[in-house]
Ligand binder design. Structure first.
Ligand code: ASP
Ligand code: MG
Length: 472
């Protein structure tokens, strides 16, 4: 069970977390579970902000930051751990970690240099401060518990600081050796999400929202029955409820559908988090800790046949289109490669690509924020050589229609574009991969909501499903 930052930011929520764990243990004596926790929501962002101050040699920023962090964590302890001895012990543990944190910050600000490695080291404290609090909260409700960092539990990664990947075989071996004796003693391990260590024992992080990934890595290692991702949203939805009033929570979807959705929906999941469980067919349950009656979304390998061809309509906003063209591009191998290489070197991420068979132009979609960088780098490197023209269209949106049921079914594209046209929306660009899992097209942002609403209706996605109210 992974508990996200939004479930850790108030005493009430931590008590809820403890109750969830307790009911799960009470349900059957044989129930074993591992808790993975993230930092309190907002803490990782604050550490990132502080790292800028450190790099600017701003010594004064540290005091305010440490005071704020101490208050935040100690307050929680006061509110959720009733037993005075345990309360004191938990505080001692947190203060101990806090002193180490402060010493490192004071060292870093003196040299005013933040490397990816030192950044990961300080980022790890968000989760590290939280682990003893959850552990002692469980203990104060008579549950056996111990806490561990990702490194202590055996997660070993490469040294790609900030976005590290686990070395799965080593990790599986170590996690098993570490976790089984703990579980056998009927102890609930509380493991820090997001952080691990490389082979040299340097702290690494798995990338933003990495606690989901920690949970699925551990699940894969111990061959868990199921992964619960507890947060404050009901699940994955048929559309953004801010755009479509009748948007519904999807009871069940496949891994590959989820992979198309989790980057842009209300529930952001680490993009690589699905990998470890996909290989081992372990289902993921996305649940709202604050509404246990809601069955949430299950991401499952054994999808029951559903009559929904289309599952979800996703809108990706704040994007821009660049179209590069020129007669010299036709039939010239390596054109696309040099365009994408130039953009990659400048750290511009391309979200969508389209090229017609005449090869005379390539259109791409990127984040609006990256547009300036993208234009400058293409102009410096390529304009006047292979590329003759560079056209830019700002304020566009991608609309993606997701559903594995579309595969091999005729007429879906026809229905999509007919419905769009009926609503007087112009389609600027289209892309569909041959997996037919999703079809994406681009419209002016002003038309985006209209397009999403019309497709949501066209494919009947606002039909209510009856949530099953069983807990766990
Ligand atoms: N605390 C980390 C972050 O904010 C990891 C997580 O929340 O999953 O990115
Ligand atoms: Mg998070």
């Amino acid at each position: 069970m992974k508990f996200g930052g939004s479930v850790l930011n108030s005493p009430l929520k931590i008590r809820t977390l403890v109750n969830i764990v307790k009911s799960f243990k009470n349900k059957s004596n044989n129930n074993e579970l591992v808790c993975v926790i993230s930092a309190i929501s907002g803490v990782t962002d604050k550490i990132f902000m502080l790292s800028d101050s450190l790099a600017r040699n701003d010594k004064r920023a540290i005091k305010g930051f440490i005071d704020e962090m101490s208050l935040l964590h100690l307050d929680l302890i006061n509110e959720v751990i009733d037993d005075p001895t345990m309360q004191q012990e938990a505080k001692d543990r947190v203060l101990y970690i806090m002193r180490e944190f402060q010493a490192i910050l004071e060292g870093l600000v003196l040299i005013a240099e933040i490397t990816p490695r030192s950044l990961d080291h300080i980022l790890s404290f968000g989760e590290r401060l939280m682990a003893p609090i959850v552990c002692y909260s469980l203990r104060s409700q008579s549950l056996n518990s111990n806490y561990f960092t990702g490194k202590e539990i055996g997660i070993v990664t490469d040294s790609n600081f900030g976005e590290a990947s686990p070395l799965m075989d080593t990790t599986k071996f170590r996690v098993n050796a570490k976790l089984f004796p703990i579980l056998q003693k009927n102890t609930i391990p509380v493991v820090t999400g997001y952080i691990a260590a490389d082979q040299h024992d340097h702290v690494t992080t798995l990338g933003r929202s990495g606690s989901d990934y920690t949970a699925t890595i551990i699940a894969y290692c111990i061959n868990a029955d199921v992964v619960y991702l507890w947060s404050d949203v009901d699940g994955l939805m048929t559309a953004d409820p801010l755009i479509v009033k009748g948007a519904q929570v999807l009871p069940e979807i496949s891994y590959s559908e989820a992979a198309e959705m989790v980057l842009f929906g209300a529930k952001y999941i680490h993009p690589r988090a699905l990998e470890p469980v996909m290989d081992s067919n372990i289902p993921i349950k996305i649940r709202n800790a604050m509404d246990l009656n809601h069955a949430g979304t299950t991401i499952t390998p054994n999808l029951k046949i559903s009559n929904n061809i289309v599952k979800s309509i996703i809108a990706i906003r704040n994007t821009a289109l660049i179209d590069v063209s020129g007669g010299g591009m036709v039939g010239a191998p390596g054109t696309a490669a040099s365009i994408f290489e130039t953009l990659a070197k400048n750290k511009v991420n391309i979200m969508m690509i389209s090229q017609g068979p005449s090869e005379s132009s390539i259109s791409m979609i990127l984040r609006q924020d990256d547009l300036g960088k993208a234009i400058t780098s293409l102009e410096l490197k390529l304009l006047g050589r292979i590329i003759k023209h560079l056209n830019v269209l700002e304020n566009v949106s991608i609309v993606t229609v997701v559903g594995s049921g579309m595969r091999g079914i005729k007429g879906i594209a026809g229905r999509i574009f007919a419905s769009i046209a009926k609503n007087d929306v112009n389609v600027i660009m289209i892309a569909q991969g041959s997996s037919e899992l999703s079809l994406a097209f681009v419209v002016n942002d002003a038309d985006c909501e209209k397009a999403v609403r019309s497709l949501h209706q066209e494919f009947g996605l606002d039909q209510k499903y009856i949530p099953n109210s069983s807990f766990l």
